[in-house]
Design a protein around this ligand. Structure first.
Ligand code: FMN
Length: 360
């Protein structure tokens, strides 16, 4: 039986179907990762990692690279962040001119570096500044404009309802709310009431975000919040098939089962794409490790694969580790002796991570 919950939504005239959105993740959701997710399928909208508006304005090549997307990546949302009205207006306009379907404003990043300059989630403490910035972006672009936030700065200052309402008044056309406060970083106790209150107060679509990893957690979140859709971040690095699986179950079909061959093929194919994209093997190896840290949590005995990749000194060594691991796993699954030393772990943990590299 298919789900009785909504399966698509519109941001003005932009159709998001299914209503499953890939979260923006700095250092992860670049063009290569988004291509992987789109090839597998099941997501209705992809979002770039956050782009400093000031960098776009100054035309810094590295920043311009972050904003790249494929011509057929539609709809695509480009997320900008910053704390200057002028830079945000100009950066948002550049994103629009580059072809963004939607421009999103980051009001949720907990990173010290971003918050120290009143950006990201620190804006939730400064509603007047937040209003000015939202107004500046709204005035600069004609494409749909959306905002992503947390539920507040900390538990004493949970003001997502007021901030989201202000965004709507200023012309935002969708808001995404991550159930954590800034103080929660990536811990805290799951609390969906605030998102429910945001949904009850607003007319524009509301997206719920935080710890969604499968059909059950997606449906539970939609039911408890009444949200129009969900956004998935770390769950998609651990399991890039998550959107396809949830979408199938929403239609009343069984989720696709991912076998060992497919996991290996996807991991190696993705690694190869990273390698082609990075000019230096050092950069490619760093990115491999970042992704492997999550991806291996979805693989049986993945801790051995993780350790192997994390200790690799060269890209070729990391690729060899992947080959060897999956060969052993295949032999074991075919009835051979168990070659693994540790206990079987499989997809239970989502590593905590602060908002991207700059958070550390
Ligand atoms: C590595 C990493 C980088 C992130 N970068 C961004 C970002 O650039 N912009 C943003 O709005 N949120 C960013 N986030 C937050 C996610 O978009 C999302 O709100 C958060 O991870 C909670 O969702 P999840 O539990 O599905 O991962 C990042 C999170 C992670 C783990």
């Amino acid at each position: 039986m298919s789900s009785d919950l909504p399966q698509e939504l519109y941001v003005r005239d932009v159709r998001i179907a299914p209503n499953l959105i890939l979260a923006p993740m700095e250092g992860v959701t670049d063009l290569t990762f988004r291509r992987l997710i789109r090839q597998i399928g099941g997501t209705g909208l992809t979002v770039t990692e956050f782009i400093p508006a000031e960098g776009l304005r100054r035309d810094i090549p590295k920043i311009r690279e972050m904003v790249q997307f494929d011509a057929d990546e539609r709809p695509i949302s480009v997320q900008v962040y910053g704390r200057s009205s002028e830079a945000l207006a100009e950066g948002a306009k550049i994103a629009q001119d580059l072809g963004a379907t939607i421009v999103d404003f980051n009001m949720g990043c907990p990173s010290k570096k971003v918050c120290a300059h009143s950006g990201g989630s620190a804006l939730m403490k400064e509603p007047e500044l937040a209003r000015q910035l939202v107004r500046a972006i709204r005035g600069a672009v004609s494409v749909p404009f959306t905002v992503k936030m947390r539920t507040g700065w900390d538990v004493q200052h949970k003001n997502a309802v007021e901030i989201a309402y202000m965004c709507q008044e200023e012309g935002a056309e969708m808001v995404t709310v991550h159930w954590r406060t800034r103080a929660d970083l990536y811990g805290g106790v799951r609390e969906l009431d605030t998102i429910r209150q945001v949904k009850d107060r607003l007319k524009i679509p509301v997206i719920a975000n935080g710890d969604i990893v499968d059909y059950e957690s997606a449906m539970d979140t939609l039911r408890k919040t009444g949200a129009d859709g969900v956004m998935i971040g770390r769950g998609a690095i651990k399991n890039p098939w998550v959107f396809k699986q949830i979408a199938a179950q929403m239609r009343g079909e069984p989720p696709c089962v991912v076998d060992t061959d497919e996991r290996e093929m996807v991991m190696l194919g993705y690694f190869q794409q990273i390698r082609d994209r990075f000019q230096h093997d050092r950069g490619a190896l760093g990115r491999f490790k970042k992704i492997a840290k999550y991806f291996t949590h979805g693989v049986p005995y993945g801790s051995e694969l993780r350790e192997g990749v994390l200790h690799a000194q060269e890209v070729t060594e990391a690729i060899e580790v992947v080959h060897r691991f999956f060969d052993r796993l295949r032999r074991y699954e075919a009835g051979g002796a168990n070659p693994f030393l540790g206990p079987r772990e499989e997809g239970l943990v989502i590593p905590e991570e602060s908002c991207g590299i700059s958070a550390s």
